[in-house]
Design a binder for this molecule. Structure first.
Ligand SMILES: [Fe+2]
Length: 171
């Protein structure tokens, strides 16, 4: 998505906007509503109980999760503005997208370097078995490492298919 936004619509305007709309829809449907909910409701409370040093980071990422869907919806609106109102609306989308991306990267760093590190040390095999069951019921097509729910696989396939040719998205 970042590569596409940097490059802009070029000669493939309708493909470009179709593709970004599909990606944002996917982000709301999968990471925001399913994956983040599993983290916030199942994984993080367990880690917070057993590893007090993670509580500050968990409070921060939980807050990000709470705001995530509305942040993506704002991007969806700004994208429609760019698509229907043209170039004068481009920068508005680009700026908010850059902010979203930077917050998302910070968010993933906190999860990966503090919370998941601690989880590896404090969770038991029984905890992991329970978490695996929950997370496996909605696997992310983007990882490419697990079989995925058919409905999301179709959506992801569609995103890959309509992505502008220069990105060479395939799987
Ligand atoms: Fe998260």
């Amino acid at each position: 998505m970042s590569m596409m936004v940097n490059k802009g619509p070029g000669e493939e305007s309708s493909r470009f906007f179709d593709s970004l709309r599909a990606i944002l829809f996917y982000i709301v449907e999968f990471p925001e509503r399913l994956h983040h909910r599993n983290e916030t409701e199942l994984l993080f409370p367990l880690v917070a109980t057993r590893a007090a040093q993670t509580r500050e980071a968990i409070a921060k990422v939980d807050l990000d999760h709470a705001k995530g869907e509305s942040a993506v919806k704002e991007l969806q609106h700004l994208l429609l503005g760019w698509e229907f109102m043209g170039e004068p609306r481009r920068q508005g989308f680009v700026d908010v997208f850059a902010q979203y991306l930077s917050l998302y990267r910070e968010h993933m760093t906190l999860e990966e370097t503090i919370i998941l590190q601690a989880a590896r040390q404090v969770l038991t095999p029984a905890d992991w078995a329970e978490l695996d069951t929950a997370f496996q019921s909605n696997r992310d097509a983007l990882t490419g490492t697990h079989p995925v729910d058919a409905a999301y696989e179709q959506l992801f396939s569609r995103i890959a298919h309509i992505a502008p040719a220069h990105l060479g998205v395939c799987f």
